[in-house]
Ligand binder design. Structure first.
Ligand code: SAJ
Length: 422
């Protein structure tokens, strides 16, 4: 039977759920990670990341012996590389994690193995990975030199799951399968069909790479449109959320929602991969990034104006007497993930501008992470409503939607998400 043993390299937000889902289909899965702490946590049947139901699945598959984590690669029939691809200071993609992952599995590769790159990658990264593998294993043949006759099959199959819905989307979403040759694609489809219920659609590796970048750039450009509209509407004294609701009644218009900026680990990063490869051509994609990246600064300017208004209305007070409550720190609603969050960046900047005057409300966390506790105090919704002079809504968490409008009607607030306006 093909794929007795599957190895997943990189046990993060994508690698661990993928490993767990293969293992839940009774495949023997070896998870590889460079962090001893991550390896130990998983081998105890626990998880180091927050994703609904993942803890349950990992606990079950580790206990049943289908998933085991280790630092050192071991032989397997298929290798999935799911390591980070951040960008460097100049927005150039950093492929060093892919390089070291491929070099680490190269010694254990054998004839007939399949290597899949899952990490979001600039166009050409799969070919580059195959080149690193070939360099490390001159005794084996690869698709770039031997086509359909190669010993090793190589494909790019990007993940496309939405944080918060990873386990469901892994199974249900269609999957783009970009083999370096047709046989590479066919073998990769066989592997994913272990658990994918969506369609596995075959293309080549470069198109698959570009497809993932395109999806996230499409969303970034559309969010930028909404963010730009919100700035225009503010100038023209129009409620942007009402405007969008009205415009979206047109059968061919579907505008996304403005916010305080774009966060997360994908949408604010992936478009830069296109821009850095084709800087002359990717004008709209670059501008969208700039529009979204500048939105936090616009929100901060709004806060400064609101503080100035408050002081005008309360001449006995100084900036030190103003208490500002930031509602929400996560990068999007109803999750606890604070990484790459525009809300955190805004709250930190406001805390710098108005020291000792800033409170944060984040119902999805129990305590502030190291570094943030020095900037502001974590409060409940009730405490913040009681203590603050100015309310700044940054994330549309369900707890904030539930605040009755009569408790806000006489308050000074800035709502970057449009949930307190109506
Ligand atoms: N956002 C808005 N307005 C909107 C929608 C989103 O301001 O109307 C903001 C969110 O608040 C957040 C950011 O955009 O700060 C990104 O959130 P998201 O929910 O759009 O996306 P992610 O980063 O959680 O996941 C995306 C998804 N890509 C697409 O929807 C095209 C997911 O399917 C990808 O797998 C994931 O990126 C990834 O890993 O690339």
């Amino acid at each position: 039977m093909p794929f007795e043993t599957i190895s997943v390299v990189g046990l993060g937000y994508i690698g661990l759920p993928t490993a767990a889902v293969f293992a839940s289909r009774k495949k023997k899965v070896i998870g590889i990670d460079v962090s001893q702490k991550t390896v130990d946590t998983i081998n105890r049947g626990e998880v180091h990341i927050v994703e609904p139901d993942l803890d349950m699945v990992v606990h079950a598959v580790v206990t049943e012996g289908y998933l085991r984590a280790t630092l050192n690669p071991e032989p397997a029939d298929a290798f999935l590389i799911a390591v980070p691809t951040p960008f460097k200071g100049d927005h150039e993609p950093d492929l060093s994690y892919i390089e070291s992952a491929s070099k680490s599995i190269a010694p254990v590769l054998k004839r007939g193995d399949l290597v899949i790159l899952e990490s979001t990658s600039p166009v050409g990264a799969t070919e580059q990975m195959a080149a690193w593998l070939a360099e490390a294993r001159p005794d084996l043949t690869f698709p770039q030199s031997h086509g359909e006759e190669s010993d090793i099959r190589v494909a790019h199959c990007p993940e496309r799951v939405l944080p918060g819905h990873v386990l469901r989307e892994l199974v249900q979403n269609d999957r783009v399968i970009g083999g370096m040759t047709s046989k590479c694609s066919e073998l990769a489809v066989k592997l994913y069909k272990t658990f994918v219920e969506g369609e596995c659609v075959i293309t080549n590796a470069r198109t698959a790479e570009m497809c993932k970048l395109t999806e996230n750039s499409f969303r970034d450009v559309n969010i930028a449109f909404a963010n730009e509209l919100s700035i225009i509407c503010d100038k023209l004294d129009i409620n942007v959320w009402e405007l969008i609701r009205l415009a979206n009644r047109h059968p061919r218009v579907n505008i996304l929602q403005p916010g305080p900026g774009v966060g997360g680990h994908c949408i604010a990063v992936d478009p830069w991969f296109i821009v850095s490869q084709t800087p002359e051509q990717a004008r709209l994609i670059r501008t969208a990034r700039e529009v979204n990246d500048s939105k936090p600064e616009w929100v901060i300017e709004k806060v400064k104006l609101a503080v100035a208004d408050f002081l005008l209305a309360n001449p006995d007070k100084t900036a030190k007497d103003v208490t500002i409550a930031c509602f929400g720190l996560a990068f999007k609603p109803d999750i606890d993930d604070l990484r790459e969050s525009p809300a955190v960046a805004i709250a930190k900047k406001i805390a710098l501008l108005y020291p000792c005057s800033v409170l944060a409300v984040e119902p999805n966390i129990k305590e502030l992470p190291v570094g943030l506790e020095a900037c502001f105090a974590l409060k409940t919704v009730e405490q913040a409503l009681f203590e603050a002079d100015l309310l700044l809504l940054l994330v549309d968490h369900e707890e904030f939607r539930a605040i009755p409008s009569d408790r806000l009607s006489s308050r000074i607030f800035i709502d970057t998400r449009g949930i307190w306006g109506f």
